[in-house]
Design a protein around this ligand. Structure first.
Ligand code: DGL
Length: 275
């Protein structure tokens, strides 16, 4: 037996990845941490974001002693997986843009990647494109507002179709009589808006959500390393110290995260220590 699985993101996005992990490993203890105090990661400067996550992760590992960590955030994974793996003991499973499967399945050859501005400009993302999608016409769309729109939508606030369409419209490209047929959801917040995307999209496309593949990877890494995470009820924490809003409590519940055990994470900001 060892500690729980720690799933980490800047906000609610990682809950889209947690779902298939919970389904694949029923009964396994999962701790979810949303670094909402620092949301949105997509608009941070790289060096500052890297230092922030590395430091916070050290405190989370000391507090929860996880058997494995899932960085359920593209903006973080494309930046900090190497230092996290170098510094800390648990295995890390990251979330990076699903460019390879998109390039393998597109029929028209026109693929778009919808991501945060941070993920869009990373060398990691550019390398994936060079390695796997050189034969495609690939459009990278960096959205400043979409992660925040997903948070608002999930809190039960009204978000207009026009606001959503304005963010995704650049992903729909027509070129020489062909159209984009595949859009990679390269931010874990976006699957929560999938119904809204489908309703406003100018035409039908395949939306690629990497969450099921990440869950399979988690299961494979646990097996490879002979790790058996503890069983038991999950819980979800917010680094702001705030409580989860009522609209999100059923979302936690569906994923085995007990709303009654969930809430703010007490962080002593002067000493940057989690109490
Ligand atoms: N959910 C995160 C991702 O996958 C990013 C959202 C943010 O900008 O904080 O990239």
């Amino acid at each position: 037996m060892s500690g729980p699985i720690l799933v980490f993101d800047s906000g609610i996005g990682g809950l889209s990845v947690l779902r298939p992990i919970h389904d694949a490993l029923p009964g396994v203890g999962i701790v979810y941490v949303a670094d909402d105090a620092a949301f949105p990661y997509g608009n941070w400067e790289d060096q500052a974001l890297s230092e922030h996550i590395v430091e916070l992760m050290g405190r989370l590992i000391a507090r929860f002693e996880p058997s494995l960590v899932v960085v359920a955030c593209n903006t973080a994974s494309t930046l900090v997986l190497p230092p996290l793996r170098a510094l800390y003991k648990p295995p890390f499973v990251g979330t990076v843009p699903a460019i390879k499967p998109a390039a393998e399945t597109t029929q028209s050859g026109l693929v778009s990647v919808l991501a945060t501005p941070g993920t869009m400009r990373r060398d990691y993302t550019r390398d994936l494109i060079k390695r796997f999608a050189s034969s495609c016409h690939l459009r990278l769309v960096g959205s400043t507002n979409l992660a925040g729109i997903a948070e608002a939508h999930m809190r039960g606030e009204a978000v207009s179709d026009a606001a959503i369409l304005a963010e995704i419209a650049p992903a729909f490209v027509e070129l020489d009589g062909s159209r984009t047929d595949t859009v990679v959801l390269a931010c874990t917040h976006y699957p929560f808006l999938l119904d809204r995307f489908e309703a406003v999209a100018p035409w039908e496309v395949a939306w690629i959500d990497p969450a099921p593949a990440i869950a399979r990877r988690v299961v494979a890494v646990l097996r490879e390393k002979g790790l058996e995470p503890e069983t038991g009820e999950g819980a979800a924490f917010l680094t702001s110290g705030k409580a989860w809003v009522p609209a999100l409590r059923p979302v936690l519940d569906e994923r085995g995260l007990n709303p009654a055990r969930s809430g703010g994470l007490e962080i002593d900001r002067s000493a940057r220590r989690i109490v």
